[in-house]
Design a binder for this molecule. Sequence first.
Ligand code: AP5
Ligand code: MG
Length: 387
Amino acid sequence: MLSIVLFGAPGAGKGTQSKMLVEKYNLTYISTGDILRKEIAAGTEIGIQAKDIINQGGLVDDEIIVQIIEKTIENSTTGGILFDGFPRTVVQAYILEGLLHRMNRRLLCLLSLEAPREMLIERMIKRASIEGRDDDKKEVILNRFQEYDKKTIPVAEFYKEKGIYCPVDGVGSVEEVFARLETIIDKTLENAYRNIILYGAPGSGRGTQAKNLAKKYDLVYVSTGAMIRDEIEKGSEIGMESKIYIERGDNVPDLIAIKLIEQKISNNPNARGFLFKGFPSTYVQAYIMDGILEKIHTSVTCMIEMQSNTLQCIRRLTQRSKTEKRRVYDMDPEIIIHRLESYENSAANVRSYYQKKNKYYNVNSDAPVDVVFETLCKTVDEALKKA
Ligand code: AP5
Ligand code: MG
């Protein structure tokens, strides 16, 4: 999930851009400056402690900052968080690491708005005449810059070392700057997630490979089949509804699959990406998959089809039916054939959906398990490199 820091000197445009980013990416907005100004206006204990420091252009105590951030995060309901004006010291950068760790999140990037000082001073003097912020007086502005240079600039180094520091040109119209931010966020999101679809006929060996592949590439494994079996076992409403489809060897209704996949995604806010197995299995589901990933601002990295000889698939499913891992739909040759037919009927369209996007790969899965795994890894590496 999207967590971003908007960084920059006083007047760089953090507040201005935040409003638009929060809306576009559906984020909880945490501006320590705004929160402190509200506390001052409300005359709270925190406000009383912060007032003089802010009016002199100094930095408020870390203890207070942690308190106000914790309070806001607890009340946050949206997917991601946008931090404006925090972290402002290296100590606060460590604090943010701790907070994110506790929330099982990670920071996507720190976007640093950059513009010449004279321009920033001009902007703030102009703002003073409109908003009348107490710290927008020339001498206080200079103090704020001094604090920024001494205590805040080192924060940039902290994130450069982490490889998530992104400088952004803050000169230009508000819209121009926003377009630059959008481009960087979208690109970073694309690269931050790796979403792999493992596709193939029943019995082609997807399940056998998927778990190891997910582990190797640090992906969350999303198997619609496994999730549905869990629901059936739990006796949940979704389970009861799905049972009849599963027993017939049919796909469950798309809405059920969507619900389960979205649940899995939201239960893993720290994921670096997902490995999907069992979905999409139809042309319509390929569209749905894009829709689901679009909601978390990412997309499919590659689709790998495991191609197997049909007789080999039948042999594997029949063999599985004699083991503990047997599925209800392995027991009846007619259902096996029905499932293979469904795959045959959809495969050309699903394949072409990803071929057109240049995201289609295939591997022969008739070889022994470890050989197939090796080929799959090579294919994933190739796809990631291309992406
Ligand atoms: P804070 O409120 O965070 O102030 P700041 O960092 O000094 O930044 P500003 O809010 O002044 O500028 P901005 O980058 O948001 O620019 P804006 O979009 O408004 O902090 C205030 C004080 O609180 C601190 O000094 C400190 O005491 C305390 N504090 C806060 N967080 C703290 C923390 N974590 N730890 C300790 N203490 C903390 O834009 C400025 C103006 O320019 C606006 O009028 C805008 O309309 C205009 N503008 C914006 N973009 C453009 C553009 N592209 N073209 C033309 N005009 C533009
Ligand atoms: Mg601001």
